[in-house]
Design a protein around this ligand. Structure first.
Ligand code: GDP
Ligand code: K
Ligand code: MG
Length: 300
């Protein structure tokens, strides 16, 4: 009689101030875009799980929205709640910082980590931006002094440097446990949710700085047609007419680009042909209205 194979599984939180590269790392770890990224802070509004299963080992990564001191707007309050609750059910924290910069926000995140008492690995990201290699080691030594980190690892999430190594180390650190998710899952989020996020990413990429706060996307229809195509209808909600015009662009050109780019990403992620239709509608004041946010799924 052979013994059943031992399984290993655990939750790993990816934390750090906005824009350090958390979502970029998660996507690289999974080899799939499950978390949208951009140059703008507050791109990640929801807690997103990325699931990485290799044989008997399953790592469940939690990509957290950044921690913000500014809690004026309702959306920030939601993000902060999501960020702090993610620290309560994890076994390991990956703390991402930029190799070239340490700020008060990094300090604040570090204090949260210290309070949690969780094992923490320091990942020093964007090493590709450090042109003078001589400065990296002293900078890493200086960062390593800040806490009793179990590991200190340089990283370039964008270029993929050390990503496989981190993935391996994390897999090996997992405690014995049954897997939390079926082995073919890459995220806990629905395809509907992923479709909305992809559209939001393109909106942020192709429109001005004004938009991130005020735009949201609802998927009104997501169905498999008889021809085997995903018919996806997305509604883009903005706060003002001027923003509506900005999203649509001259002669509808910008919305067309957003739709084309979003469709390509969706086809890659869903591994299926997609027919995407987008509409833009003005819905005023939603970012300040917690109830409206909840109805759009932000309170989950
Ligand atoms: P998050 O807010 O922490 O999730 O950060 P994102 O993953 O959205 O990344 C923020 C920005 O930093 C994006 O423009 C990324 O392309 C960029 N970025 C992420 N990792 C690296 C890296 O290793 N090197 C460089 N040069 N840029 C990076
Ligand atoms: K970002
Ligand atoms: Mg992010």
């Amino acid at each position: 009689m052979t013994a059943e194979q031992q399984n290993y599984c655990g939750m790993v939180a990816i934390v750090g101030r906005p824009n350090v590269g958390k979502s970029t790392l998660l996507n690289k770890l999974l080899g799939q875009k499950v978390s949208i990224t951009s140059r703008k802070p507050q791109t990640t509004r929801h807690r997103i799980l990325g699931i990485d299963t290799e044989e008997n080992r399953q790592t469940v990564y939690v990509d957290t929205p950044g921690l913000h001191r500014e809690e004026k707007r309702a959306i920030n309050r939601f993000m902060n709640r999501a960020a702090s609750s993610s620290l309560s059910d994890v076994g390991l924290v990956l703390f991402i910082v930029e190799g070239t910069r340490w700020t008060d926000d990094d300090e604040m995140v570090l204090n949260k980590i210290k309070e949690s008492g969780l094992e923490c690995w320091l990942l020093v990201n964007k090493t590709d931006k450090i042109t003078d290699r001589e400065t990296l080691l002293p900078q890493m030594a200086w960062l390593a002094e800040k806490h009793d980190f179990a590991q200190v690892i340089p990283l370039s999430a964008k270029q993929g440097h050390n990503v496989d190594r981190i993935r391996d180390m994390v897999h090996k650190s997992l405690p014995p446990s049954d897997h939390f998710f079926p082995d073919d899952y890459i995220t806990d989020r629905s395809s509907r949710f992923m479709a909305a996020e992809i559209i939001r990413e393109k909106l942020m990429r192709f429109t001005g700085d004004e938009l991130p706060y005020s735009v949201t996307v609802e998927i009104e229809q997501f169905k498999l047609t008889e021809k085997g195509v995903y018919q996806i209808n997305g509604l883009i909600l903005v706060e003002r007419d001027t923003q509506k015009a900005m999203v649509i662009g001259k002669g509808g050109q910008r919305l067309k680009t957003i739709g084309q780019e979003a469709r390509q990403d969706m086809e890659r992620l869903f591994d299926n042909k997609v027919f995407l239709e987008l509409w833009v509608k003005v819905k005023s004041g939603w970012a300040d209205d917690e109830r409206a946010l909840r109805s759009l799924g932000y309170g989950e």
